[in-house]
Design a protein around this ligand. Structure first.
Ligand code: ADP
Ligand code: ADP
Length: 208
């Protein structure tokens, strides 16, 4: 198996499913969103440049993203394939990726637009371990976070205005990638408007 791309709109459940697939396949998750947020927090040159785009819900320019990916996939844990979450998001990113590594599956998690705002606006993450929760759809267990101590984090860009821009960017710049991967015979769709466990089961069976 080569590397996997998790594809879908913001809030589709890519990060949630990546954490579960990682437990089964051992493939490390590479989230460009997480890498950019770490860069913003550390005020690196990449972070300083990326911040404005992220706050507005626009895509960060391809050259910045590709430089991050090029470095990341040189790490030893990426040698046997990885799971890309939130990357590629433009056709030029996909073209560049195809020259860097081989992709075996593109798994598209489909969720209708009208579900996205409620998903994003209720998202929380444990700042300690990174597990993704939702205020109503996937609450933190009453026994607390599995990591032992829940530290609630909410993303600055998880607000209604920014989400609408992110959704717009998705339809305009990212969704054309579906056709690009479909022509290559790599594209698989799953209905993402269901229980989290059902989606995980479908994704794992596509990888078998
Ligand atoms: P993405 O990485 O695609 O942006 P996330 O995995 O962060 O999406 O999920 C967005 C929000 O939706 C989170 O709060 C998550 O708990 C919740 N969520 C994920 N999958 C589902 C699902 N199948 N049904 C309901 N809520 C979900
Ligand atoms: P989402 O929940 O919207 O899927 P991400 O964490 O994947 O959120 O991305 C957050 C923001 O980081 C995006 O709105 C965008 O500004 C930037 N970003 C992340 N990945 C990419 C990428 N591959 N190309 C361009 N911008 C990206």
């Amino acid at each position: 198996m080569g590397s996997i791309v998790l594809f879908g709109p913001p809030g589709a459940g890519k990060g949630t499913q990546a954490q579960r697939i990682m437990e089964h396949t051992g493939l490390p998750q590479i989230s460009t969103g997480d890498m950019l947020r770490a860069a913003v927090k550390a005020s690196t040159p990449v972070g300083i440049e990326a911040k404005g785009y992220m706050d507005r819900g626009e895509l960060v320019p391809d050259d910045i993203i590709l430089a991050l990916i090029e470095e990341r996939i040189k790490e030893p844990d990426a040698a046997n394939g990885v799971m890309f979450d939130g990357f590629p998001r433009t056709v030029p990113q996909a073209v560049a990726l195809s020259e860097m590594t081989s992709i075996s599956h593109v798994l598209a998690i489909e969720v209708p637009d009208e579900r996205i705002v409620e998903r994003i606006c209720g998202r929380t993450t444990c700042g300690r371990c990174g597990i993704v929760f939702h205020d109503t759809f996937n609450p933190v267990p009453s026994s607390g976070c599995p990591c032992g101590s829940y530290e609630e984090k909410r993303r600055a860009d998880d607000n209604e205005d920014t989400v609408l821009n992110r959704l717009h960017a998705y339809h305009l710049q990212t969704s054309p990638l579906a056709e690009w991967y479909e022509e290559k015979g790599l594209f698989h769709r799953v209905n993402g408007d269901r229980a989290i466990n059902e989606i995980t089961a479908d994704l794992l069976s596509l990888l078998e």
